[in-house]
Write a protein that binds this ligand. Structure first.
Ligand code: ADP
Length: 993
């Protein structure tokens, strides 16, 4: 009997078994299999699983649908039922001949994979629905509502999984991929419960639970919102820009989950992952997010135990400790089975993760001189920490460390598995943060509009801590009488006002003009604490230290100091500044306002390397300075903080804040200090200029900026005095200024442009491999007139930034070269370049390699090129301009007669280095390029990594016969065998393989 007949004949029985007991589970399982085998398509499934219909309706529907599909489908249904039903229910039923389900190819999309693996996935996900939902929620694939729909209590766990899978399918490919990744991760890395070795004991499980809940409690809120309390990390966390650089200098953008992933690995033997970024870029917050997600089992699901440490808090630990004590005392104490838990940690380093926040704040600089590998021996904290980072102790445990880049020297770099750069918020991130901060959309809109209207402020907001201040102080900002903040000092004055205003009894906005004078006592006391402790690399204070300085509870209640959020067991309250930059700001205030400070304090501040602890610090901070590390030279911890402090000092002493300070500091003192700052800045710059090597003959005089060059420029900017900028730049005489890999973001661009615009002679400004972005480009415009070349390779620039840049560049006579390799440019920017080429007949070099330009963009460029008579270099490597685009370009060049004339001008050499490294360039197009009736003066033609075959090269050789000006043709990485390469290069010596 055929299978459709079998189904028809047994219809009543099949209905009975599939509805038996009222459970939908057998039907659901059968449906899972039929979907996976592609017997049912999604529409069939939906026509069966109608929410409001009874179970027997659904089964009847299934039987009908399958029956209509014919013999094969019916065989599959019977096979599925045979597989799903328990033996006792199958008695008396006939399932026909065994049917072999033909193995299909693996599906090529994630959505289809979810269908193909549905029966297995239902089983696998049943015990981990929360984990999967968390991942989908945190990656924004799901909303809370989606989760609620899945988790309706009327559903059994299997039904919940099916709802989840259906919802994921509905959301699309990204959601499906996320879910599959989650499953893969949990599967490959989660300790296998079957595996006795890995199976944690009950005590370990208890400990994990305790650790998870303490970590969750500790990471639930952000310290900057501690006082106000109405924001959880979930409410406000906004993804920052994370980048990793591989060995060849290529950068890749990462997600939070990739921080400890394989992308960007430089050293497979190391276990330490570094997240580096400037102060306020969000390092601690990122770590906090990782902690929270681990505690909720939403990320790092392969990690059984995560131990979070703060380096600033470790500074205060003067005892010698063993590893066991470090973990249990500083993180979480096991209630039961300490030895057993510790042994589990030792035996399973791959299931453990340590995080160390703020290595730059650790008192002692990293060294690998002292080796220590015994987990039970007590040693000083630095020895313990450094050996953990090196992997001498607890090899195999992953460590995530955050630090400012300055504190990571070559000795530590050797032990890094990879370095992830945290670059603050993207423009979209800023909008997102503001919207999260202001629940009132109208207010969020106003703040965003005010930021967009002021690009200086917008550029500051790329640094999350500034973004936080600007958003927090929106009222002061929007209602400000004193103009919009221009400098970071302005921004921090805003936050100062905001906090005092909050505690003032006067109505909003009435903080009197003399507000600083009114609060001078508090500011000075906080300033003293800040400065003395900065000098001693001390960031956590006891109540006793506050008392010693005379800080009262009322001072503390202003909100600049907060309680330390700490897992460790301590018997006294400890405090820290809201953020390190705020500590620097108060320190700067103290240096500016304190009448008793010694006269050389400002000079010393600007020479942090030669810094000696002042007598005052030594006297007052004996308790902060660990006697074991005193005398340890070469520590770089303070330098970045003192540099930030110096920036604030420059800002506070600027003429613009004269009125604010006038009642708090005698004018003569203020002016003397301001002069000292100017002198220090000028001297610092001189030192740089002196370091410029003499130019090699035939080369340009060039300066590669030292690390503190940008800092000095930022200090000059804080002073907002054009005459200082002008005087300083008058002495700089270079033709090329190189600032590559200098962490230049939009904020630095503002300062650079402010100062460089006063250069006397035109300069080539090389800013490759920074984070300039569109906002940074806009900030650079004021100095564009002095730049003959601008190098912005790898800087996250998009078409909008280019539009603004070229609008201005068009009007700058000297502007002749631009390099934009590896940005985010598309065809939308080529019309601007075409316009530039048409209207600027002295433009020499346009390098647009590795962007997203297609044939359309190339056609536009060609249009500009056909009316240009000056261009010498055109770089289009790594775009997708295809044959059409290449032909258009070749045509445009063919019409150019002036190029020949220009080649004579340029030493009879080539005029056009054309880097036509265009993927998919084919043979025809190449002969078009070369076989001009009037041959062009190419010198070097680079055709590496195309798809050129032997046939193509033969065409090329023919074309080359007509063109003697081409001196070399590069053809590496094409479709040719070594034998073919050898043979062809014999035919034409100009070919290089
Ligand atoms: P860092 O550790 O690099 O100095 P923090 O993580 O302490 O910087 O960030 C300073 C402040 O900036 C935080 O307290 C918070 O208010 C804000 N912030 C930083 N990163 C984020 C983020 N990803 N989402 C929301 N706010 C952030």
């Amino acid at each position: 009997m055929s299978t459709p007949q079998l189904i028809l004949k047994q219809r009543a029985e099949l209905l009975a078994v599939l509805c038996g007991g009222g459970s939908a589970e057998p039907l659901d399982c059968v449906l899972d299999l039929l979907l996976a085998w592609e017997v049912l398509v999604w529409e069939d499934y939906l026509s069966i699983q109608v929410a409001e219909k009874a179970l027997n309706y659904k089964v009847r529907q299934l039987l009908d649908v399958v029956y209509d599909k014919g013999e094969d489908a019916c065989s599959c249904l019977l096979a599925a039922m045979n597989q799903v039903l328990p033996e006792e229910q199958k008695a008396g039923l006939c399932f026909g001949e065994e049917c072999a389900v033909v193995g299909k190819n693996r599906p090529d999309t994630a959505t289809l994979t979810l269908l193909a693996d549905r029966p297995v996935l239902v089983r696998k996900l049943r015990d981990n629905i929360d984990g999967a939902l968390n991942v989908l929620l945190t990656t924004d694939c799901f909303t809370i509502k989606d989760c609620d729909v899945v988790q309706l209590p009327v559903y059994t766990p299997s039904q919940q999984v099916r709802r989840l899978l259906d919802q994921v399918r509905f959301k699309g490919e990204t959601a499906a991929k996320t879910l599959l990744q989650f499953l893969e991760q949990t599967e490959t890395t989660r300790p296998n419960p079957e595996d006795k070795e890995n199976h944690p004991s009950a005590n370990c499980m208890l400990y994990q639970k305790k650790l998870r809940s303490s970590v969750a409690a500790q990471s639930h809120t952000l310290s900057t919102y501690g006082g106000t309390g109405h924001f959880s990390l979930d409410d406000i966390y906004t993804d920052g820009l994370l980048e990793v650089m591989d060995g060849s200098g290529e950068t890749t953008t990462l997600g939070l989950e990739d921080v400890v992933g394989p992308v960007g690995t430089l050293n497979d033997d190391a276990d330490t992952f570094l997240v580096s970024g400037e102060a306020g870029s969000g390092k601690s917050t990122l770590l906090q997010r990782l902690h929270l997600l681990w505690a909720r089992e939403a990320l790092l699901t392969n990690i059984f135990l995560l131990f979070p440490f703060s380096c600033r808090k470790l500074n205060a630990e003067h005892r010698e400790l063993s590893l066991k004590e470090l973990l249990f005392l500083h993180c979480c104490w096991p209630d039961r089975g300490q030895d057993e838990v510790f042994q589990f940690i030792l035996d399973h380093p791959n299931l453990v993760l340590f995080t160390f926040d703020g290595l730059d704040e650790f008192k002692q600089g990293f060294t690998d001189e002292e080796r220590h590998c015994c987990p039970t021996k007590q040693v000083p904290i630095p020895v313990l920490l450094f050996n953990l980072l090196q992997g001498t102790l607890m090899k195999g445990v992953m460590k995530v460390v955050t630090s400012r880049p300055q504190a990571v020297g070559p000795s530590l770099k050797r032990y890094l598995r990879k370095e992830v750069l945290l670059k603050g918020f993207s423009p979209g991130g800023i909008d997102c943060f503001v919207k999260k901060h202001h629940s009132d959309p109208a207010m969020a809109r106003r703040v965003i509009e005010s930021l967009q209207a002021n690009s200086v402020l917008l550029s500051l907001c790329h640094i999350p801590v500034f973004c936080w201040i600007v958003t927090k102080c929106h009222q002061e900002l929007l209602g400000s009488q004193d103009g919009i903040p221009q400098t970071i000092t302005d921004v921090y004055l805003l936050v100062l006002q905001h906090f005092f205003q909050r505690k003032s009894y006067q109505p909003q906005g009435v903080l009197g003009k003399a507000w600083l004078e009114e609060h001078l006592d508090t500011v000075l006391k906080l300033g003293q604490l800040a400065l003395e402790s900065l000098e001693a690399s001390c960031y956590v204070f006891s109540g006793y230290e506050l008392q010693r300085i005379g800080l009262t509870e009322q001072d503390v209640s202003m909100g600049f100091l907060i309680y330390c959020n700490d897992l460790s067991v301590t018997d006294c309250k400890r405090y820290e500044f809201l953020h390190i930059t705020l500590q620097c700001f108060f320190a700067a205030f103290y240096l500016v306002l304190n009448r008793n400070s010694d006269r050389s304090a400002i000079y010393r501040l600007f020479q942090p390397k030669n810094k000696q602890l002042s007598g005052l610090s030594q006297r007052c901070l004996g308790h902060c300075i660990d006697s074991s590390v005193e005398g340890v030279k070469s520590h770089v911890t303070e330098t970045p903080n003192l540099q930030i402090t110096a920036q604030f000092v420059s800002g506070l002493l600027s003429q613009r804040h004269h009125n604010l300070l006038q009642e708090c500091c005698p004018t003569a003192v203020r002016e003397r200090k301001a002069k000292q700052v100017v002198k220090s800045l000028s001297k610092g710059m001189q030192r740089h200029f002196k370091s410029i090597p003499r130019p090699v003959e035939g080369e340009k005089k060039s300066m590669h900026a030292m690390p503190s060059f940008v800092w000095l420029i930022k200090c000059i900017y804080e002073m907002q005095d054009s005459s200082i900028a002008q005087d300083t730049m008058a002495k700089l005489d270079v033709e090329h200024l190189k600032l590559t890999y200098c962490n230049i973001g939009p904020v630095e661009c503002t300062a650079l442009a402010y100062v460089l615009k006063y250069l006397r002679n035109p300069v080539g400004l090389q800013l490759d491999n920074n984070s300039v972005g569109d906002v940074g480009v806009e900030q650079l415009l004021p100095c564009l007139h002095i730049c003959h070349s601008l190098y912005l390779r790898n800087n996250n620039i998009s078409d909008e930034g280019i539009r603004k840049l070229l609008e201005k560049g068009m009007k700058c006579e000297r502007f002749q070269k631009i390099a934009l390799f590896n940005n985010n440019l598309t065809d939308a920017c080529t019309q601007h370049f075409a316009w530039l080429l048409k209207s600027k007949q002295n433009f020499l070099s346009l390098r647009l390699g590795n962007n997203n330009i297609t044939s359309q963009g190339a056609e536009q460029l060609a249009e500009g090129l056909s009316s240009n008579q000056s261009l010498q270099f055109l770089g289009l490597w790594g775009n997708k301009i295809g044959d059409r685009g290449a032909e258009a370009l070749a045509d445009a060049l063919r019409n150019s007669t002036t190029l020949i004339w220009l080649s004579d001008l340029f030493n009879r050499f080539c005029l056009l280095f054309i880097y036509l490294l265009i993927y998919f360039l084919n043979e025809i197009c190449m002969s078009v390029c070369l076989g001009f009736t009037r041959p062009l003066s190419f010198f070097s033609l680079r055709l590496n990594k195309n798809c050129i075959s032997r046939e193509g090269v033969e065409c090329l050789i023919e074309a080359l016969k007509m063109n003697s000006s081409v001196k070399e043709v590069w053809l590496r990485g094409n479709n040719l065998s070594p034998e073919e390469e050898e043979e062809l290069s014999k035919q034409e010596s100009r070919l290089t393989f």
